[in-house]
Write a protein that binds this ligand. Structure first.
Ligand code: HEC
Ligand code: HEC
Length: 248
């Protein structure tokens, strides 16, 4: 067998086992499991990257999805992809794609793989100012399913902050000065009492949730949903307030 031919066969073998995932050179060549690779093809074919970024690469119209699997989990993502507009009413809606069950599974496997790469630990280098990204200071407890059933209103409120139907965290960061759609709520407990004459911090926060249009924070638009008074129970609203009152 000639050297050229051996070289050719070696190259062929290598290309069979290695899929190159080149996201602007951020990720080097490495083996991607078949399902994830299939998911990447669906990602490309449906132009997900026209709106979304992975490791910052792609269109910045919609949230960076590098950590979305670790953030949201399998069940949520499956339901979201089947009916995106059901999730964040009143926000920019994501189109619904006609994906088969296995295509959806592969896409999610791809997103899981993306977020599981070593680079994910240091990504993003700075908070990304697009709704839905991580590094918005959301407390660890919110990922704990038990927290919704906790005896502590603050813990329940923190969980609610990040879960449907409230998902306050898609618009509000909890680290200072990071603006997503709404203002960062870091330090809100200290600020709230100074917003409206005669309104205590607690009363202001309650009113901001139930009647967001009453007071519009300088430099922001009146885009917070007006139906939280209906979609959240009185107890849920109290829990959210208890949580926000800890953010001094
Ligand atoms: C036309 C722009 C657009 C395209 C194309 C698009 N998305 Fe989105 N996507 C959005 C917007 C806007 C949001 C944020 C609003 C929302 O969550 O509904 C979003 C949110 C998401 C979320 C986060 C949901 C959450 O609640 O955290 C996921 C996951 C997602 N998209 C996956 C995909 C996948 C997979 C594709 C390709 C099949 C895709 N998107 C294509 C606009 C787009
Ligand atoms: C669609 C995006 C969006 C969602 C979701 C959202 N908000 Fe807001 N929020 C805003 C915007 C924009 C403002 C600033 C304009 C205004 O004052 O209404 C705001 C203002 C606030 C303020 C006043 C902040 C200040 O500095 O005075 C509070 C408190 C607040 N939101 C709490 C919440 C809570 C709690 C939730 C979840 C139940 C929530 N928001 C969900 C967009 C959102």
């Amino acid at each position: 067998m000639s050297g050229t031919r051996l070289f050719f066969i070696a190259c062929l073998l290598i290309s069979l086992v290695v899929v190159v995932a080149a996201f602007g050179g951020t990720l080097t060549t490495r083996t991607m499991p078949t399902e994830a690779a299939a998911g990447m093809r669906i990602w490309k074919a449906n132009q997900c990257e026209g709106c979304h970024t992975l490791y910052g690469q792609g269109g910045a119209f919609a949230p960076d999805l590098t950590h979305i699997f670790q953030q949201r989990g399998d069940t949520y993502l499956t339901e979201f992809l089947v009916n995106p507009s059901a999730f964040h009413p009143g926000q920019r809606a994501m189109p619904r794609f006609d994906l088969t069950v296995s295509e959806t599974d592969n896409l999610i496997t791809f997103l899981e793989w993306i977020g599981g790469q070593p680079e994910a630990e240091t990504w993003p280098p700075r908070p990304i100012v697009v709704s839905g990204s991580v590094s918005l200071g959301v407390p660890e407890t919110v990922t704990n399913a038990d927290s919704a059933a906790s005896d502590d209103p603050v813990v329940r409120g923190a969980a609610l902050f990040q879960s449907p139907p409230a998902i306050c965290g898609t618009c509000h960061a909890l680290v200072p000065d990071v603006v997503v759609v709404g203002p960062s709520l870091a330090g809100i407990a200290s600020r709230a009492g100074t917003r409206v004459d005669g309104q205590s911090a607690e009363a202001y926060i309650r009113n901001s949730i139930i009647h967001p249009g009453d007071y519009i924070v300088d430099g922001f638009l009146d885009v917070m949903q007006k139906n939280f008074g209906e979609v959240l129970t009185a107890e849920e609203i109290n829990d959210l307030i208890a949580f926000l009152m800890t953010l001094e």
